[in-house]
Design a protein around this ligand. Structure first.
Ligand SMILES: [Fe+2]
Length: 380
């Protein structure tokens, strides 16, 4: 059994309630362990903790415009490897048409997030339609293929040697955020039966990062029925009813959608701004010192970030404080309580350091580290 070294103290001038009623003119920073669950201190600074003027060395905030990765790949196995470590792989896949083979990931569960497009997914378990905004979780080694009705851009998030789970929803209970009954599963329907037959079919299996092709003289998606509690599941961000408080800015952990052993997937969905006059209305400055943080911006206006558009991805490795951009901070000061914030974003917090894959020139926004510099002329 482990017990944190916990000894809450107050030193100097401080608010007693995190994220509210900050001492006049201060900037709050949360220094925290265990991804917003462990020991933490809230510190009240006289300067923004992101007010650096120079940065030298390999550790820095990174931003990538994935919209520029616009080539189509006929197989998910040709998707662009954006980020990876031993426990998670994050790939970006653009596809149009009909896959001419089945994919099978023997390295771990695969979570698809459909950024753009719509179509049909056929797998061992049946047929599932999908559209923009869907998560589709495919259990490890599921055979699947898609037929795109509209060009598809998808994030592929692999829980390497691991399984995706739902988070413990604690005292708000299992029906909060989304009811597990909202999870859609594939069906053995007419569309599924119609694609069955004696067509020679290739299955391309990924195991240990290497590929093996197995050919059948028939389509192995030939089940006529199944029962059990293992199957792909689908949920759309529109099905998520976010936790929020009008008096307290909840940490990102309140928006957890899926968990794995060494990372979590969170979803930020539209929600009203806090209305309490003393409550913070933008994410607090924080040093999430056990995690590398990734955010993929799906749609809407990202109220805590300047110059970020849908299709971009940011990586904030652990080891420095980050927080809202100066313009966002200024806007938050004027924000009306209850005003709807329309951002939709997918966040991955990884316990282990992430490596960045090779990407073409121009995809990375080299000036991102300087984007916190106060520059009123750059404001819209
Ligand atoms: Fe963060």
């Amino acid at each position: 059994m482990k017990s944190w070294i916990s000894f809450p103290r107050i030193e100097g001038l401080s608010s007693r309630q995190a994220h509210a009623d900050l001492p006049q003119g201060t900037y709050e920073r949360e220094l925290g362990k265990e991804g917003f669950f462990g020991p933490a201190t809230h510190m009240y600074h006289t300067h923004p903790p992101t007010g650096w003027i120079a940065w030298d060395g390999p550790l820095k905030p990174r931003a990538f415009d994935l919209v520029k990765l616009n080539h189509l790949s006929a197989s998910p196995w040709d998707a662009v490897g954006v980020l990876h470590n031993a426990n998670v792989k994050f790939r970006y896949w653009r596809f149009d048409g009909t896959m001419d083979h089945l994919a099978r990931n023997a390295d771990g569960d695969e979570l698809l997030f459909i950024h753009e497009g719509e179509g049909d997914l056929f797998c061992d378990y049946g047929h599932l339609t999908f559209r923009e905004g869907d998560y589709v979780m495919l259990p490890r080694a599921t055979m699947w293929r898609i037929e795109a009705a509209q060009p598809v851009t998808a994030l592929l998030i692999e829980a390497t040697n691991d399984s995706f789970r739902l988070p413990d929803k604690g005292m708000v209970g299992k029906h909060a955020l989304f009811d597990p009954a909202m999870l859609e599963v594939p069906h053995i329907d007419d569309a599924f039966k119609a694609q069955q037959g004696e067509t020679e079919t290739r299955v391309v299996i990924k195991r240990g990062g290497a590929f093996t092709t197995v050919t059948y003289p028939f389509n192995p998606l030939d089940a006529i029925g199944w029962h059990g509690d293992l199957a792909p599941v689908k949920v759309n961000w529109r099905d998520i009813r976010p936790l929020m408080s009008h008096r307290y800015h909840l940490p990102p952990s309140a928006h957890t959608t899926f968990t794995a052993s060494r990372f979590v997937v969170c979803t930020f969905v539209p929600r009203p701004a806090e209305s309490d006059p003393g409550a913070l209305k933008v994410p607090f400055f924080h040093s999430n010192d056990d995690y590398d943080e990734v955010i993929f911006y799906h749609r809407g206006r990202f109220f805590s970030r300047d110059n970020i558009h849908p299709g971009m991805l940011t990586l904030h490795p652990c080891g420095f404080t980050h927080g809202p951009h100066p313009k966002a901070l200024a806007l938050a000061a004027k924000a009306q309580g209850g005003q709807m914030l329309d951002e939709v974003a997918v966040m991955i917090d990884s316990r282990d350091a992430l490596e960045i894959g090779p990407m073409p020139e121009g995809v990375e926004w080299q000036g991102y580290v300087d984007s916190w510099k106060a520059n009123p002329e750059a404001a819209e």
